[in-house]
Design a protein around this ligand. Structure first.
Ligand SMILES: NC(=O)c1ccc[n+]([C@@H]2O[C@H](COP(=O)([O-])OP(=O)(O)OC[C@H]3O[C@@H](n4cnc5c(N)ncnc54)[C@H](O)[C@@H]3O)[C@@H](O)[C@H]2O)c1
Length: 362
């Protein structure tokens, strides 16, 4: 198999590239712009492999995408390149609209041009997997779960751009008959996770006995998926999924944020005891604007139809993650010092104790 992976220098993309190159022996072309979220050192174990190559390019660049398809001749595309951090999308949505919406359009068009020019057997074999998020479904009440039939109700600039991209992917499937599939997954965690996201931020702050910021009352629920379980699911969808279908991928681990944070504290206290229990570092901070209350995925369809299951429980996954960060300071230290030192992102500016609105709407 020859797989073109976009965003392969990011968190999930690099896990996918390592899996395909090292464990599956696939030929992989990683197309990545190398934004702040990329980290080429996450690919250290594959860079010298003969079945891996890298192209630094923007998915919005149509001629670069045409070149990637025509020179590499992929059997499958895993489309992960995106701006992915909700807090950054609140601060400024422009890059999200450009990459997530326009970039997906450009990539779909390049894929269509390439696919249209293939022989019938190659056309039938080709697959395009668009990787999306459960956040497109909006926020859930207690006891409810997202299924593939849940209507879209994106509520943040990030999820709105991902929802737009999902609709483009579905439209290209229906209109042009392209062999496209979509996956919507829950929150990922695991090794090589950029330290601005909840789990690595809390883990590294706790390691250094810094305060542990928890948004709002800490009762928001996210459904956690170990990243290596996720990338197995993506390969399974490309190999065995039914064209035109959507698959929800989740680890059956919905948890309140506060429970995630206390679990990290307890694991660290055991592995690296310090002067005080780390739970004492927890600080509740103003909530994220429009913070969705609860996400929880019903992964029944992919479990039944593709025989995929998350292998790691949250306790196993978080133990493995904490151990990995303790053993791999070479990976995260430069990011903490030079790329993201830990400042709060995505708060609306406050003016006279009220939300500041642009002058045009005041
Ligand atoms: N991390 C999660 O928990 C999660 C959950 C659900 C869905 N997703 C989706 O999975 C995908 C991967 O997420 P992630 O957490 O690995 O993201 P990430 O932010 O860690 O990595 C994104 C990668 O895309 C690259 N990229 C960004 N803009 C680009 C452009 N214009 N052209 C080419 N490359 C570009 C970046 O350089 C980076 O390497 C995204 O599509 C995201 O929406 C992530």
């Amino acid at each position: 198999m020859r797989a073109l992976v976009t965003g392969g220098a990011g968190f999930i993309g690099s896990a996918l590239v390592r899996y395909l190159v090292l464990e599956r022996g696939w030929e992989v072309l990683n197309v990545d712009k190398l934004t702040y979220a990329a980290n080429p050192s996450s690919l250290a174990t594959v860079t010298e492999k003969r079945n891996y190559r890298f192209m630094q390019a923007d998915i919005c660049d149509a001629s670069a995408m045409d070149q990637a398809f025509s020179t590499f001749q992929p059997d499958a595309v895993f489309h992960l390149a995106a701006e992915s951090h909700v807090d950054r999308s609140i601060a400024s949505a422009a890059d999200f609209v450009t990459t997530n919406v326009v970039g997906t359009y450009v990539l779909l068009e390049a894929a269509r041009k390439y696919w249209d020019g293939q022989r019938p057997d190659a056309m039938a074999r080709f697959r395009f997997l668009h990787v999306s998020t459960d956040e497109v479904y909006g926020s859930l009440d207690d006891g409810k779960f997202f299924t593939e039939e849940t209507p879209y109700e994106p509520r943040s600039p990030y999820s709105a751009t991902k929802a737009s991209a999902d609709h483009l992917a579905s439209a290209w499937r229906e209109t042009y008959g392209m062999p496209i599939l979509i996956s919507n997954c829950s929150n990922n965690y695991g090794p090589y996770h950029f330290p601005e996201k909840l789990i690595p931020l809390i883990l590294l702050n706790a390691l250094e006995f810094k305060s542990l910021p928890v948004y709002g009352d800490g009762r928001n629920v996210r459904d956690w998926l170990y990243v290596d379980d996720h990338v197995r699911a993506l390969a399974q969808i490309v190999e065995f999924g039914h064209v035109g279908e959507t698959y929800n991928i989740g680890g059956r681990a919905p948890m309140q944020n506060i429970d995630v944070v206390t679990r990290i504290c307890d694991v660290l206290d055991t592995l690296r005891p310090g002067p005080m229990p780390r739970r004492g570092l927890i600080t509740f901070v103003p909530d994220r604007p429009g913070h969705d209350r609860r996400y929880a995925i019903d992964p029944g369809k992919i479990e039944r139809e593709l025989d995929w299951r998350a292998e790691k429980t949250f306790d196993e996954g978080i133990q493995a993650t904490v151990e990995w960060y303790l053993e791999n300071e070479w990976w995260w230290r430069p990011l903490r010092e030079h790329v993201y030192p830990g400042a709060r992102l995505g708060l609306l500016p406050i003016k006279n104790d009220r939300l500041a609105l642009p002058e045009s709407v005041q």
